[in-house]
Write a protein that binds this ligand. Structure first.
Ligand code: MRU
Length: 370
């Protein structure tokens, strides 16, 4: 996707072919810069500090992290240690384990001197396949949006198609295109008038900072709202559809996404607004049935709740990023990073293989495995 009219991916190999560049998402939307990762430690740190984030991008970064480790030491012991280190960085998104297993399974039977090159190739394949899957999700979602927009009453046909989204499930969360935002980009490019309500997504504000940034770069009309505004907008007919991403989807179609997603699904259900979840195959965890009971929910630092990051507007430090304390000294914070929306609240899953009911038969019908 575009930044200042130039096409970017979120991650790639440096010209030396041995190190990896990523966009530093902790600096967006105010500063655009890239960072170079030269070791497995740096890749693990980039994931845990959310320099890179979003389930598919975490997976690709993990895959390149294994490559970085194998370039230094291709032994079985080093492979296992790097796998465990990277896999522990963020526990909820299943794409991470999925991508690490792909690289491990690709290299494990190879001679030591071939392992790093094979890991490099596999990580590149995972990245390219993610782009292809997200683009296809966009195509399937576009068809759905076009149908929904056309089915609106004649009095609303002139109005933009109003979509609400939570967190950032755009190209910054993947390698390119995004999951939930891919249908929006395809709709915009196809000439459908679309407007996006962007949940700010406390505590880290991925909506206000990253989704708004992406949409602005692509010229998609959007408005940032506080997380609590979505229900009100739905009650007043201001939302035609909700679309979000997922960090892990169970075989029965429960979806785990950024904290607050469940509340949006409840509000959508109460107001008969369709609630869609967009995902690539790599987000499905075929080993789990019940998302609420079984998906591990990452607990992040309370400091993300009690403080907030932004660009200083006035004074000597104007223009710089700063952390501001929100709460009284001594108040505790609690920060579960994800919640689970049960399948019964999901109108449909939009996948790289098509649109399906959020259920085991729905997913089996598309993927026929598990
Ligand atoms: O904590 P984050 O920013 O990594 O969370 C990201 C999300 O919750 C996305 O919606 C999810 O990864 C699906 S993205 C394509």
């Amino acid at each position: 996707m575009n930044i200042d009219g130039q096409a970017w991916r979120t991650i790639g190999l440096e010209p030396d072919g041995r190190s990896v560049w990523v966009i530093d998402q902790t600096q967006l939307p105010h500063h655009f810069c890239t960072r170079t990762l030269t070791s497995c430690d740096q890749a693990a740190s980039a994931i845990s500090t959310m320099v890179v984030r979003g389930a598919p991008l975490i997976g690709v970064t993990g895959a390149y992290g294994l490559m970085l480790a194998l370039q230094v030491d291709p032994s079985d012991a080093a492979l296992v240690a790097a796998f465990d280190q990277l896999n522990a960085t963020r526990p909820t998104a299943i794409n991470l384990r999925w991508a690490l297993e792909r690289v491990r399974d690709r290299v494990i039977s190879l001679p030591l001197n071939e392992r790093a090159a094979a890991a490099r190739e596999e990580a590149g394949l995972i990245a390219d396949q993610d782009v292809a899957m997200c683009s296809t999700i966009g195509d399937h979602g576009l068809g759905l949006f076009q149908q929904l927009a056309a089915a609106r009453p004649p009095s609303r046909q002139d109005q933009p198609f109003q979509v609400l989204t939570h967190c950032n499930a755009g190209w910054l969360a993947t390698v390119d295109w995004g999951t939930a935002l891919a249908p929006i980009y395809k709709a915009h490019r196809a000439g459908l008038k679309v407007h996006v309500w962007v949940d700010e997504t406390r505590p880290r504000n991925q909506g206000a900072s990253l989704t708004a940034y992406e949409l602005a770069c692509e010229g998609v009309p959007h408005t940032v709202i506080v997380d609590n505004a979505g229900g009100h907008l739905m009650q007043h007919g201001e939302v035609d559809a909700v679309i979000v991403g997922t960090d892990r989807t169970t075989r029965r179609g429960d979806v785990c996404n950024k904290i607050g997603t469940y509340l949006k699904a409840l509000a959508a259900h109460d107001n008969h607004v369709p609630f869609y979840v967009a995902l690539p195959a790599s987000t499905i965890d075929w080993t789990l049935d019940d998302g609420v009971a079984e998906i591990p929910i990452e607990a992040r630092s309370a400091a993300e709740v009690t403080a907030i990051q932004g660009r200083v507007l006035t004074g000597g430090a104007a223009g710089e990023l700063a952390q501001v304390q929100l709460t009284p000294d001594g108040s505790d914070g609690f920060n579960p990073a994800f919640d689970v929306t049960p399948a019964r609240l999901v109108t449909a899953l939009i996948t790289d293989r098509g649109v399906a009911e959020a259920s085991e038969p729905g997913l089996q019908g598309l993927y026929g495995c598990g």
